[in-house]
Design a protein around this ligand. Structure first.
Ligand code: GTP
Ligand code: MG
Length: 473
């Protein structure tokens, strides 16, 4: 709701394990951080309503402009689309940052919306995140110095640091290892801000060779000790214009605000949870990638493979149904996944799906490059009874049937030489039987013999096999 400021917070899902498996340097891996920054940069370029971002370690916060109407300000859409795109870019760009390291498994991120009721609350949020960056980094720097140079075990190092205050930690690494904490990279100590500023760009050259310049908004990287300070913030006209200016500095973070930042709503207990994800602008995506019309077997197969991977990853999903660019995942009634926190469940599934989609693309489309990273949105709906869940699934399958029958006729007409609007007019008001007749008489297609996957969609669930559970589609 306006006038709340919308912040999307994205952070790595089980990144402790991910960074260990991929042997990230400790306590900070510069390449991994730069990859995160690159993803944030891509997010800012992709979504013009995002006007500020701040990140460190495996998290990034994106702030939308005050007046944003992005996805009608629907939190589930905004949060899932951003995390999906972020994940897609992360996987796509992995090779640029780690040319000699294979991705061992699909990385995924969680996301949630933080509502800031005023600019003062946003200021406290940013101060809180940067404080966390500092505290974590200082702790980890000490910990790994004690382990790497001090010969301590991780447990011993943790014990030494348990009661040490901020000042003690600085002294410890200074005295024992001769390290001045403030000399370490600002990237590690302060995190990274990315936002758009107006820059002069040369768009072309006149005949006499003089450059024609134009002002363009371009995302750039900034680092500062205090992102929530007046001096830094108010000095950037773009931030002041889109979000407002800070009237005071923020020295103490109100604990009530922090409670509101970590609050997450939960889905109703003992109800079926359905997470439906849908491709964003897949109309364009399928055109750009020249998918067969109306159905592309390989594209659908890729969707199915991703859904299988989702079922392997999330044991609480008992059934899923997919058609076109959408997939519905049904979680068991008593699922306690992420304590039933909606944003966590939606983002984990959508992000994981996006990750697998990019990773498996090459396997399916050997001769087709992925031209840009796709994204998916997601939502969660609870269904209290089996009947209602059944209705839901029947509704999605009826939708599949109606769309597929219409599209089969439409593209047959277009391929036979009709324009798109002629085909549309021709089909207006026709019933199912007439469409089937048209296909049979005009094009010799018996609709009922077309592949089942096109006509009925795909379902994926587990079946018991002798030695173990396995996913079946
Ligand atoms: P939003 O979901 O609102 O972002 O728009 P969208 O463009 O993704 O459209 P929507 O989800 O309503 O419909 C999915 C679209 O994906 C279809 O209209 C097709 O254009 C495209 N699509 C999905 N599967 C296939 C396929 O197998 N072949 C082709 N050619 N297109 C497909
Ligand atoms: Mg779509």
């Amino acid at each position: 709701m306006p006038p709340n400021l919308i912040v999307v917070c994205v952070h790595g899902r089980n990144f402790r394990r991910f960074s260990e498996v991929h042997e990230f340097e400790k306590p900070n891996d510069e390449k991994a951080l730069n990859l995160m920054n690159q993803c944030a940069m891509a997010v800012l370029e992709e979504y013009p309503d995002i006007v500020f971002s701040y990140g460190y370690s495996d998290e990034y916060s994106f702030v939308l402009k005050k007046t944003s109407k992005f996805y009608q300000r629907r939190s589930s859409k905004i949060s899932s689309v951003v995390v999906s795109f972020f994940t897609s870019v992360y996987v796509t760009k992995w090779k640029d940052f780690f040319p000699f390291k294979e991705l061992r498994y699909p990385p995924s991120f969680l996301s949630r919306i933080v509502r800031c009721t005023s600019l003062e609350v946003l200021q406290a949020y940013l101060a809180w995140r940067q404080r966390d960056c500092h505290v974590q980094n200082q702790y980890n720097t000490c910990l790994w110095e004690l382990v790497k140079k001090g010969g301590k075990t991780k447990f011993e190092a943790q014990e030494i640091l348990k009661d040490a205050r901020e000042q003690d930690r600085n002294e410890l690494i200074h005295q024992q290892f001769g390290i001045n904490y403030n000399d370490s990279l600002a990237l590690f100590r302060q995190g990274t801000c990315i936002f758009k500023t107006e820059v002069e760009d040369i768009v072309k050259y006149n005949e006499d060779g003089t450059p024609v310049k134009r002002l363009r908004r371009k995302a750039s990287t900034f680092r500062t000790e205090n992102i929530a300070g007046r001096r830094f913030w108010n000095a950037h006209a773009g931030l002041v214009k889109e979000l407002g200016n800070f009237s005071e500095d923020c020295f103490k973070i109100n604990p009530d605000y922090i409670r509101s930042f970590v609050f997450e709503s939960k889905l109703m207990p003992s109800t079926w949870i359905v997470i439906r994800k849908d491709g964003c602008h897949f109309h364009r995506f399928s055109d750009v990638h020249e998918f067969n019309k109306p159905n592309d077997k390989q594209a659908l197969h890729l969707m199915n493979l991703c859904a299988v991977a989702v079922l392997e990853e999330f044991q609480d999903i008992v059934f899923s149904y997919g058609v076109s660019d959408e997939y519905s995942f049904v979680l068991k009634k008593d699922s306690q996944l992420y304590q039933r926190q909606a944003s966590k469940i939606v983002s984990a599934i959508v992000s994981f799906f996006s990750s697998v989609y990019i990773i498996k693309w090459k396997e399916i489309f050997q001769n087709k490059d992925l031209k840009y990273p796709p994204s998916f949105d997601g939502r969660a709906v609870c269904y209290p009874s089996n009947d209602i869940l059944q209705d839901y699934l029947a509704w999605r399958q009826v939708d599949c049937h109606i769309n597929n029958q219409y599209n089969t006729c439409f593209w047959s007409l277009v391929k036979s030489g009709k324009s798109k609007s002629e085909a549309q007019n021709y089909l207006k008001g026709t019933q199912a039987r007439e469409k089937n007749e048209l296909l049979l008489k005009e094009f010799g297609i018996d609709y009922n013999t077309l592949p089942l996957m096109f006509r009925q969609g795909s379902s994926i669930f587990r079946v018991k096999v002798t030695s173990r559970h396995s996913v079946y589609s």
